[in-house]
Design a protein around this ligand. Structure first.
Ligand SMILES: Nc1ncnc2c1ncn2[C@@H]1O[C@H](COP(=O)(O)OP(=O)(O)O)[C@@H](O)[C@H]1O
Ligand SMILES: [Mg+2]
Length: 258
């Protein structure tokens, strides 16, 4: 079971779009995927048809309940969901001062039945707060979507530093697996420049295929369908399938290296 945190403290960088559509594209390859929505905005949950996730995840994090009981089966084969909700707004405060608060999510994930899911994706809120640190403690890998629309590179240093600290102090096995340029407009010089800069700074962490700007991706949430269902031939679906293929390839390489 691979646990992957999809994170970037900047809002609108493509985290939720990536988490939902990567989940669906991985499921097309017959992987069983569990998406855990850690964002109080719960946009991944509503995208997958769960409008109100209730208090479950909040309760779990403050100490009551089992993660497996919070799992919904979505309408999309192979994609399960632990929905988020507005309750999560208060979770950092409720957990403040708790000993080892940042390890509660990891423990909950470790308690899930073995072999039921191949991949767990964590859709993170736009911060570097307790929930994001919890996701980084629970994960082995990090996928960082970067909006290639704007010069979005400035915040990356803080994120990388947080990942490094979590790795040193709490989760030695953690690694950034992918820096994923999103909303790439191939006709725009700025977009090309952002991708080039990311490639020269991060090398192989930037996969060969990026996620292009595609209006279908922006429309899909209103139809409560991942891109693979809403518009299976769109460039968005093609790009997320490529990203899923790359993720699987990197997983195999990592397993071989161990
Ligand atoms: N490749 C893309 N093409 C077009 N629109 C996109 C693309 N990726 C994301 N968006 C849009 O950008 C906005 C922010 O994306 P989102 O995934 O919600 O970011 P985050 O979860 O990081 O806040 C949303 O309105 C989404 O529809
Ligand atoms: Mg989001």
């Amino acid at each position: 079971m691979r646990t992957i945190a999809v994170t970037n403290q900047k809002g609108g960088s493509g985290k939720t779009t990536t988490a939902v559509n990567l989940a669906a594209a991985l499921a097309e390859t017959r992987r069983k995927v569990l998406l855990i929505d850690l964002d109080p905005q719960a946009s991944a949950s509503s995208w997958l048809g769960v409008a109100d996730g209730g208090k479950g995840l909040f309760e779990l994090l403050v100490g009551n309940g089992n993660l497996v009981d919070l799992v919904y089966e979505t309408a999309f084969a192979g994609v399960s969901l632990v929905p988020g909700s507005n309750w999560m707004v208060g979770v950092e405060k409720a957990m403040a001062g708790e000993v080892g608060a940042e390890t509660v999510l990891r423990k909950a994930i470790q308690s899930l039945p073995r072999n039921r899911w191949d991949i767990i994706l964590l859709d993170c809120p736009p911060s570097l707060g307790l929930m994001v640190v919890s996701a980084l403690v629970a994960a082995q890998e990090v996928v960082v979507p970067v909006e290639a629309h704007v010069m979005a590179l400035s915040g990356l240093a803080n994120l990388l530093q947080t990942v490094e600290r979590v790795k040193e102090r709490l989760n030695p096995g953690l690694a950034i697996s992918t820096i994923l340029p999103c909303r790439v407009d191939v006709r725009k010089n700025l977009s090309k420049e952002v991708v080039e800069r990311l490639r020269s700074r991060f090398g192989r962490l930037v996969p060969p295929t990026v996620i292009r700007e595609n209006v279908r991706l922006a429309e899909a949430p209103s139809f409560e369908q991942p891109i693979t269902a809403y518009s299976p031939e769109s460039s968005g679906a093609v790009d997320y399938r490529a990203a899923a293929g790359e993720l699987l390839k990197r997983g195999k390489e990592r397993a071989r290296a161990r």
